[in-house]
Design a protein around this ligand. Structure first.
Ligand code: CBF
Length: 849
């Protein structure tokens, strides 16, 4: 690669390829060449789709060039790598992200103009790569961005789902799920790698041969598929380094059964192809809800097996069979329990394929895996029936049983001081294979327990969450291995979530700070603090917000047909629909607001703060209660938005098909954002961080990362500020939740609550009475209203009043908004990743010079 150096805007020395296309004419002719040669398109009639594809193919070439340079350097220096194993990568769109990461906006925008297109409009042609459900998948995408930007040797490994997260359509108020056919027009951002293929096996039986004291186990599978790699280059910002996301597609060993076809059995001729391709067909659309399908286990094993084989193949090219060096060269981060079968696969590969003895293999395995837990929702902690595991992965089931036996023997010794019964109870609680608590006949493999036992580090994703896992789901394990447990508070990439999606705010920040260095060193945002006191600056800050609100207003018009007043407060709650996230509570307060306005005289109404409330998010397809909530939002919205007495003061919209691209429009436009989960239930949350960066005030509970956001906002205000100052905080404390749940029967509901429940039950909103939803929070039995909506209702209404009062003081509101952005530096994924790199992975940056 022909490399030259130059100085960029920040005055820092940086390397650049000589091929960087900085003049629009070159870009224009390169794109036209792509249109012609890659797709046979006509230069004279470049359709929008072809223009987008031509541009993307052209950019991919630059990315590949950089990626190859990065890989060559890493191959030469042989540093330690991290492999981020994740069943989900919620990437969103790539076009603008790539152009802006490569700092090529001007030449590309101009080249497109020459083709008759506007870059932003064209960018909307791209379908989101929605290979994830929500927070966990988006976190993985932010981490890849940070790893590339920080020059860290590392790859992501996942699944190339043919159908990603379903498209949500709202029909007659109901969520309908439509397949996400994101690959129909091809995916110009990936490179198919028919040269990178591995076999992945399932089922069959074990053949054992004993020689002396050594038992050789041979797995004779009865099903095999081929994993083929697709590489997706990941641009870093302000660096040559380009990372890689390797996604696997499942293919049949034999495409077509000619025999069956010749016998006239045409459908059977495709059987093997159909079975193989099914493995990577669909992303399971569940977030923090259970999914026990065997196909999901096959998906998990499929991508993990291919990834480990791939890493070991590269390792062996350099180090032969010196596997004791593996921990110095590789760390595998398990993104939740989904890739945990990798622990058994590593033992299988080392023992059965490479001939290591068990002790050596197990020693290496426990030094290369690290595990992140992302939720304490018990139903999301995966447990596979032994029967299913044995059927599909007989050798792995046996390996897991051996791990469990040795683990329990270790515990016997470790806990030998304990009274016998107590010790046995502790061992049973920590067992990897244990009976199903609801059906003692059935044995389950507890994947979280396997992950804790097989990993050198276990981390939660926000301080409160990391503390909670140590005292709840992993309490016993923490007692045994206190040093294994860490916290790594999540972070989000400031490039996608501020610099590129809120370009006007980014420009204003750069002007104020006199440098764009904050884009890779977010702590510098603190320099905005004095500007919060500057009336001129506040005016500019508000003008940016207003422009972003107009952009969202146009989106609302496009999606609902309604115009909204952009001087109203934009009050937003966007996230997966789940009972613990309490969108229902939000709707209840909107109904309360509606009732209050209705009861006012026209004169009184003049003092009401106008609000446009927006809720968006998808419900898991089988989660009825969550779907009820969507219907209720729609029904209440229909009533309010068409009521002439109220519609100028209050609106409620459910925006369909929430995804990364929609979030990029919504977040910069928010005045207020709601993060109102029951304390102790949201592991971290990451949209709260994105809203904070974009200067949206936060209404929330002391839960997940809200707490650390509150700490940062307090810190920037000075030593006299208390945690919570500057935010709108309400709700019970996490530590009181168990007790309050037990006292549910004695709880006296607020009369305003009762009034609203009666309204819903009477059918005030549409034709529906939402019985099941209302019952889920009202029937005063222990265990009902599990997420304590009734308990938090009154303080929630009080804090909403505080929000209104603060809005009336716009100077103070905008001042706070600036302080939010100024204090958001901690929540850059660069900070999170540097902590993972130093404290878990032991991986050092290595940049292309
Ligand atoms: O850690 C990333 C996110 O993961 C979840 O979305 C998850 O799927 N378990 C959690 O619910 C979020 O709190 C968390 O921020």
């Amino acid at each position: 690669l022909d490399v030259v150096s130059f100085r960029n805007n920040n005055g820092r020395k940086r390397a650049e390829t000589s091929k960087k296309p900085t003049d629009p004419e070159t870009v224009h002719s390169d794109v036209l060449a792509k249109v012609e040669f890659n797709s046979g398109g006509n230069r004279g009639q470049v359709t929008a789709l072809l223009a987008y594809q031509g541009l993307a193919w052209n950019l991919r070439e630059h990315l590949m060039e950089r990626m190859i340079a990065t890989q060559n350097l890493w191959r030469e220096k042989d540093p330690k790598f991290v492999y981020y194993l994740s069943a989900e990568f919620l990437m969103g769109r790539s076009l603008l992200n790539t152009i802006q990461n490569l700092e090529l906006y001007e030449p590309y925008a101009q080249a497109l103009k020459m083709l008759g297109y506007n870059l932003e409009t064209l960018a909307e042609k791209e379908r989101d790569a929605s290979l994830g459900n929500g927070g966990l998948g988006r976190l993985a995408a932010c981490f890849l961005d940070a790893m590339a930007t920080m020059n860290l040797p590392g790859w992501g490994y996942g699944i190339r789902y043919k159908y990603g997260m379903f498209k949500q359509i709202i029909k007659d108020g109901e969520q309908m799920e439509v397949p996400d056919v994101w690959l129909t027009d091809g995916n110009p951002w990936e490179v198919r790698r028919p040269d990178v293929v591995f076999p992945v096996s399932f089922g069959g039986k074990l053949k054992k041969t004993v020689t002396g004291s050594h038992e050789l186990v041979e797995w004779i599978p009865d099903e095999q598929v081929i994993a083929m790699a697709y590489d997706v280059p990941i641009p870093g910002f302000n660096t040559q380094n380009t990372g890689n996301l390797r996604l696997w597609e499942s293919l049949p060993v034999n495409e077509f059964d000619l025999d069956a076809f010749n016998k006239g059995d045409i459908l059977s001729a495709y059987n093997e192809k159909g079975r193989a391709e099914a493995i990577t067909s669909v992303l399971y659309p569940n977030d923090s809800t259970p999914e026990g399908k065997a196909l999901r286990l096959k998906q998990q094993y499929f991508f993990v097996s291919a990834s480990l084989q791939d890493v070991l193949a590269r390792f062996k090219k350099v180090h032969g069979n010196q596997f004791d060096l593996l921990p110095e060269k590789a760390c595998f981060q398990l993104n939740d329990t989904h890739p945990t079968i990798g622990i058994a696969e590593m033992v299988h590969l080392l023992v059965d394929k490479e001939g290591l003895d068990w002790e050596a293999a197990w020693g290496i395995t426990t030094k290369v895996f690290a595990f992140t837990n992302h939720t304490i929702m018990p139903e999301a902690l995966e447990k596979w029936p032994v029967k299913v595991m044995r059927e599909f992965l007989p050798r792995h089931m046996e390996i897991i049983e051996t791990i469990d036996t040795q683990w329990q023997a270790f515990l016997e010794e470790k806990l030998s001081e304990m009274p016998k019964a107590e010790k046995q109870a502790a061992i049973d609680r920590m067992a990897i294979v244990h009976p199903n608590q609801w059906n003692k006949e059935e044995m389950l493999v507890n994947m979280a327990h396997l992950a804790v036992v097989g990993s050198h580090t276990v981390n939660g994703v926000a301080q409160i969450h990391s503390d909670i896992i140590k005292s709840t789901i992993f309490k016993d394990f923490h007692g045994v291995f206190p040093l294994k447990f860490q916290n790594k508070t999540n972070g989000v990439t400031p490039r996608r979530w501020l610099v590129f999606s809120n370009t006007d705010l980014a420009t204003l920040i750069t002007e104020a700070l006199g440098t764009q260095e904050w884009m890779t060193n977010c702590k510098l945002l603190e320099g905005l603090k004095p500007f919060a006191e500057d009336a001129e600056f506040r005016k500019k800050w508000s003008a940016v917000k207003r422009k972003n609100k107009e952009r969202l207003g146009a989106k609302i018009r496009e999606l609902t047909g309604d115009d909204v007043d952009t001087s109203s407060m934009f009050d937003i709650q966007i996230k997966r629909i789940h009972e613990y996230k309490r969108q229902f509570l939000n709707v209840l307060s909107v109904i309360r607001r509606y009732n209050t306005i209705k009861a006012m005289t026209p004169e009184e109404r003049k003092s009401v703060v106008p609000r446009v409330c927006v809720i968006a998010g998808k419900a898991a397809s089988s989660y009825e209660r969550a779907k009820d909530i969507i219907r209720l939002v729609g029904a209440v919205g229909d009533t309010i938005n068409t009521d002439p007495e109220v519609r100028d003061l209050l609106r409620l919209y459910f925006l369909p098909d929430y995804n990364v691209s929609l979030a990029e429009v919504i977040i910069p436009a928010a005045d207020l954002s709601q993060h109102i989960s029951t304390a102790g239930t949201e592991a971290s949350g990451t949209s709260n961080m994105k809203f904070q960066m974009n200067g949206s005030l936060i209404l929330g509970t002391m839960d997940g990362a809200n707490i650390e956001i509150a700490e940062e906002i307090a810190a920037i205000q000075g030593p006299d500020a208390k945690v919570g100052d500057g935010l709108f905080i309400f709700g019970v404390d996490a530590k009181d939740v168990p007790k309050l749940r037990k006292e549910r029967k004695e709880f006296k509901t607020d009369p305003r609550w009762d009034e609203i429940m009666d309204m819903i039950k009477k059918g005030t909103f549409g034709n529906d009475k939402f019985e099941a939803l209302v019952d889920s929070v009202n029937d005063m039995t222990v265990g009902n209203d599990w997420f304590l909506l009734a308990n938090d209702f009154a303080t929630y209404l009080d804090v909403q009043d505080e929000v209104d009062a603060m809005w009336k003081n716009q100077d103070e509101w905008v001042r706070r908004s600036i302080l939010y952005t100024a204090s958001s530096g901690k929540f850059s994924s660069d900070r999170t990743i540097s902590q993972y790199a130093e404290e878990i992975w032991d991986v050092q940056p290595l940049a292309v010079a």
